[in-house]
Ligand binder design. Structure first.
Ligand code: GCU
Length: 669
C-alpha cells in the first residue's frame, strides 16, 4: 500500500534480503517474558509485531524456556545500569535484553528492534546503555480548542472534547514512538496556559491520556497558569506568599495526585510575554517556584520553571539588550530555589533562531539544576515547508564549552548534571507533532522528533549516526540512497542559515508570524520585536555590538568564551554579527568584504536548495511515491522561499552598503 508516513520510524517492513532475514531467524524462535507486567506486555507486543513485519513470521511468547535461539526479556540487578538503562547480550544462544526495571527492558526492546531495522548482526550483540538525562520530555504548545501555538502539522493530537470517554488509537502510537526513542515525559498543554487544565473536568481528560502513556513509561506534566487560584475563584489573589493561595495549590496538587498518581509535575511560564507570575505581586521567580514545590512536597513531582523572560527594552538605552535579561533575572536567584525546582533555559539567549550562541545562563547557576529547552517545531526555521535537520543545531549548543570549570565544561555536562552534580536533570523539546497524517507536516521533520529523543538519551551520538539510523528505519536500506538522504539532512541546517540569517544575523523574520524575511521592520509594539533592533544596519556596517563598547552581553560569559568572541577579526563567522557591528568593506577571513560575503551566503544558500532538490530526485526509485512527491513539492516551495529571503535581504541591506552585488551573481530576480 502507499506509505503515508504514519508509521514513522516504526515501519517494520519486511527485510527484502532473504539471507539477512534468515540470520535473524536464528535468534527469534521465541520470546521469553513475564507479560504480567503492563510495561513488559507492551514491550513483547511491540517485539511480536516488529518481528512479524520485519521477518514475516509469528513469534510466540513463553513464560520460560530452556532452549536456545530466542529473545529473553528479564530483570537484572546490574550495578552498571541506572533506573532506565539496559543491556543486550548474546548469551547461551539467546539474545538477552535486561534492565533493572521494566522500563529499562522496554528501552532495550526498542534498541533491539532498531538493531534489526538498521541491519546489525545479533550474533555478537553487546550493548550497555544508560540515559544521561533523567527527564526527557516533549513540551506541547497545544491549546484547549485544538490549535497549536507555533504548530505546523495540523491541529492538536489531543481531542479534548472527546476525552475522557473516547480514546483515539493515535494516543497509543504517539506513546510507542516516544518510548522507542526514550522520551519519558510529556507536557500536554501550552506554556501560555489556560487555567482550565486545573479543573476537575480537564484533569479527568488528562488522566485518560496518562493511562494510555503509562505502560510506555511516559509521565504526564501540565503547564500551569500562575493566576489559576484567582481565575478559578479559589482565592482572591494569586500572590505566592498568600496563605490562601498556598493552600489552594496544595489542595489542587493533592487532587491531581488522587486522579493521576504518577503525575510528573508543573511547567511554568511566568512573567513573560504577558503571562501572570509572582512579580505581579512584587515576589521573585524563586518565591513562585518554591510555593509550587511546597505543594508538591508530599509527592514525586517537580516544578519546571522557565527562564524565558524579557521585558520591552528601550532602544535608547545603549546597554539595554534582550540577550541579558533572563540572566539578570535568574542568576541572582541561584541557591534560592527549592530542591524540587528545575529552571528550564532555552538553548540560546533570544528565541530559537536558526543559529544562536549558547545561553549565558548555562554554567552560571551551579546551585540550580538547569534544563535544556530546544524547539523541535520549526517556528523560525521555515515551518513545515523547509527541510531542516536539527541534530546539528542541538549538538552545536550541547557541545559548546562554557569554561566555567575549565576547559571541557560543556553545556551538555551542565544539563546532564555531571558538571555541578545536579540530581534532577531534564531536557525538553517543543514538539512538532500534530494531526497531519504523517505527524509532522513535512515528512522529513520526523527526523527532528527522532533526533531530539536520541540526543536526550545520549548527547554523545553524532548527527550523522542519528541521520543514518532514521533514514534506514524510515525510508530505505539501499546504501547509496541512504548516503544521499543523509547528505541532504546533514547539510540542510547550514543551507537554511545561509539563505536566511548568515554570519550571525538573527531575528529578521516576518513579525508575529515568524515566517519569511522582514529585515525592514524598524518599529514594532516593542523595540525588541523589531528586526532593526537586531541587525543594526547603517551606512557604516551591520551587526549588533555586544562587546564592552556595546551592550556588554558578552561579559556574561566566562573569560575564555569572551576571548573567542571579543575580537571581530577572530570571531568565528557563524557568530560574527551576533557580537559585532562590522564595516561593509571589512575583509573577513574568507578574503571577501562583509558585503560580498553576505551576498555570497545568500546566493549559495539558494543554490544549495536547488542542489537538495536534485539530490532528492536521484532517490526517487528508492522512496514510496506518496512520500517522494510530498517532499519534492515542499522542496520546490523551499526554493521559492530561498529566493524570497535572498532578494529581500540583499536588496534591503544594499540600501545601507550601497555596494554592487558581486560577480558572478546575477541581480535579484
Ligand atoms: C516564542 C514564541 C511564543 C512562545 C514563546 C515561549 O516567543 O513565539 O509563541 O509562547 O516563545 O517560549 O514562551
Amino acid at each position: 500500500f502507499a506509505d503515508d508516513g504514519y508509521r514513522l520510524w516504526l515501519k517494520y517492513d519486511l527485510i527484502s534480503n532473504k539471507q539477512q532475514r534468515e540470520s535473524y531467524a536464528h535468534f527469534t524462535k521465541f520470546i521469553v517474558a513475564n507479560t504480567q507486567h503492563e510495561i513488559i506486555k507492551v514491550a513483547t507486543d511491540e517485539l511480536k509485531s516488529g518481528l512479524q513485519g520485519l521477518l514475516g513470521k509469528q513469534v510466540s511468547v513463553l513464560s520460560t524456556s530452556k532452549n536456545a535461539g530466542g529473545i529473553v526479556l528479564q530483570l537484572s540487578k546490574n550495578q552498571a545500569l541506572n533506573d532506565e538503562g539496559f543491556t543486550i547480550i548474546n548469551q547461551n544462544g539467546n539474545v538477552v535484553v535486561s534492565g533493572n526495571t521494566e522500563k529499562g527492558i522496554l528501552y532495550g526492546t526498542f534498541e533491539l528492534l532498531r538493531s534489526i531495522q538498521t541491519g546489525k548482526s545479533l550474533a555478537n550483540i553487546f550493548i550497555t546503555s544508560n540515559p544521561k538525562i533523567k527527564l526527557r520530555m516533549l513540551n506541547h504548545w497545544d491549546n484547549p480548542l485544538g490549535t497549536i501555538e507555533r504548530g505546523y502539522a495540523g491541529s492538536s493530537l489531543w481531542k479534548w472534547y472527546e476525552l475522557p470517554e473516547n480514546i483515539d488509537p493515535r494516543y497509543k502510537d504517539y506513546a510507542r514512538a516516544n518510548a522507542s526513542i526514550g522520551i519519558n515525559a510529556t507536557v500536554v498543554n501550552n506554556v501560555n496556559a489556560s487555567a482550565r487544565f486545573m479543573t476537575k473536568e480537564y484533569l479527568l481528560k488528562v488522566k485518560a491520556l496518562a493511562d494510555v502513556f503509562r505502560p510506555y513509561g511516559i509521565q504526564i506534566f501540565l503547564s500551569v497558569n500562575f493566576a489559576a487560584p484567582k481565575i478559578l475563584k479559589g482565592a482572591k489573589t494569586s500572590d505566592p506568599l498568600d496563605p490562601q493561595v498556598r493552600a489552594w495549590w496544595q489542595a489542587k496538587t493533592k487532587e491531581i495526585y488522587s486522579i493521576i498518581p504518577d503525575f510528573g509535575g508543573y511547567l511554568v511560564k511566568a512573567n513573560s510575554e504577558g503571562e501572570p507570575g509572582p512579580q505581579d505581586f512584587g515576589r521573585t521567580h524563586a518565591d513562585g517556584a518554591n510555593m509550587l514545590a511546597e505543594a508538591l512536597k508530599p509527592f514525586t513531582g517537580v516544578v519546571i520553571w522557565r527562564a524565558f523572560v524579557y521585558k520591552p527594552s528601550s532602544k535608547d538605552d545603549p546597554k539595554g539588550d534582550r540577550y541579558k535579561e533572563a540572566y539578570n533575572d535568574f542568576k541572582p536567584l541561584d541557591g534560592q530555589f527549592d530542591r524540587k525546582v528545575i529552571v528550564q533555559v532555552k538553548n540560546g539567549p533570544i528565541d530559537f533562531q536558526a543559529r544562536e550562541p549558547f545561553h549565558p545562563l548555562f554554567g552560571a547557576m551551579p546551585k540550580t539544576p538547569l534544563a535544556m529547552e530546544f524547539q523541535i517545531t520549526q517556528e523560525y526555521l521555515g515551518f513545515s515547508t523547509n527541510l531542516v535537520y536539527l541534530a546539528p543545531l542541538f549538538k552545536e549548543c550541547l557541545e559548546s564549552d562554557t569554561y566555567v570549570k575549565g576547559k571541557g565544561s560543556t553545556v551538555a555536562k551542565v544539563v546532564d548534571g555531571s558538571l555541578h552534580d545536579y540530581n534532577l536533570t531534564a531536557i525538553a523539546g517543543v514538539a512538532n507533532t500534530g494531526s497531519d497524517r504523517n505527524w509532522t507536516g513535512h515528512f522529513m521533520s520526523q527526523a527532528n522528533w527522532y533526533a531530539f529523543g536520541r540526543l536526550a538519551w545520549n548527547h554523545e551520538l553524532s548527527s550523522a549516526q542519528i541521520a543514518d539510523e532514521w533514514t534506514k528505519m524510515t525510508l530505505m536500506q539501499d546504501e547509496k540512497a541512504v548516503k544521499t538522504v543523509t547528505n541532504i539532512l546533514l547539510a540542510s541546517r547550514e543551507n537554511y542559515v545561509n539563505f536566511t540569517t548568515p554570519l550571525g544575523l538573527h531575528h529578521i523574520m516576518g513579525q508575529g508570524i515568524h515566517y519569511g524575511p522582514e529585515p525592514w521592520l524598524e518599529r514594532s509594539a516593542r523595540p525588541d520585536w523589531a528586526s532593526a533592533y537586531y541587525h543594526r544596519a547603517d551606512s557604516v556596517g551591520l551587526g549588533f555590538d555586544r562587546t564592552k563598547k556595546g551592550t556588554e552581553a558578552l561579559l556574561l560569559y566566562a573569560p575564555e568564551v569572551q576571548n573567542q568572541w571579543n575580537d571581530p577579526n577572530k570571531t568565528p563567522l557563524p557568530y560574527l554579527l551576533w557580537f559585532h557591528h562590522v564595516g561593509w568593506k571589512t575583509k573577513l577571513s574568507t578574503g571577501n568584504t562583509l558585503w560580498d560575503e553576505l551576498c555570497t551566503r545568500y546566493y549559495t544558500g539558494l543554490a544549495s536548495v536547488k542542489e537538495m532538490r536534485q539530490q532528492w530526485s536521484s532517490v526517487k526509485s528508492n522512496v514510496d511515491k506518496e512520500i517522494f512527491e510530498d517532499v519534492a513539492g515542499r522542496l520546490a516551495v523551499q526554493e521559492r522561499e530561498a529566493i524570497w529571503w535572498r532578494d529581500a535581504c540583499v536588496l534591503y541591506f544594499q540600501q545601507y552598503s550601497k555596494m554592487p552585488i558581486p560577480a558572478p551573481f546575477p541581480k535579484p530576480e
